[in-house]
Design a protein around this ligand. Sequence first.
Ligand code: TZP
Ligand code: MG
Length: 218
Amino acid sequence: MQKFNSQLLRAYFICGSQDVPAGKTLPGLVEEALKAGITAYQFRDKGPRSTLAAAARLPLARQLHGLCQQYHVPFFVDDDVDLAQAIGAEGIHVGQSDEAIKQVVAAVHEQMMVGYSCSTLAEIIQGDHIGGIDYYGSGPIFATQSKDDADPEIGLSGLTQLVEQTNRPIVAIGGITVESLPAIAQTGAAGASVISMIASSTNIKQTVQAMLAAPWNN
Ligand code: TZP
Ligand code: MG
């Protein structure tokens, strides 16, 4: 099992079939991001714009996991413990409305790293009482086009409050751009997790370099 280190949150790429621009493939895009130096990848294939057939989910996840292994980058699965266990993923990410966090932690204990979405003080306080969580994902910080049912934006001030509340590392999510990276880092966040900033970038190398260069709290 890979030991969690908050530096792996610095340049965290999330991508599923619904996020791939025309003319690209998910494996092609993930490999570009890996070459550019992302520190973590999350397979998040969901929502009405997913183009992936159910039967294709496992083989595609295996293929993407294999790519990440070549680059020594941890592979997280969003909200699917069975899939994460089937492919031996390095991590699982759980949302507030996904599989119950306590059950997930119990199931994957000592197998993989665990991330948990917490975007309010109450959620963080509840999360802090649960052992075995490695990091929180908090947001959306800004408006996002990538999630149809996104919660209201918490802004930089909301993110700062969450960071001040907990000792666990927080990776920011939602509407993050190259321009907003310094302000995100200034809140004390450990990194940025992004979909469109990388998936739709015209220069993925430069985009990932900007993520790696921000003054993260780790
Ligand atoms: N959860 C909160 S916002 C979001 C998710 C999955 C989407 C982030 O995508 P983008 O393109 O980086 O705003
Ligand atoms: Mg989720």
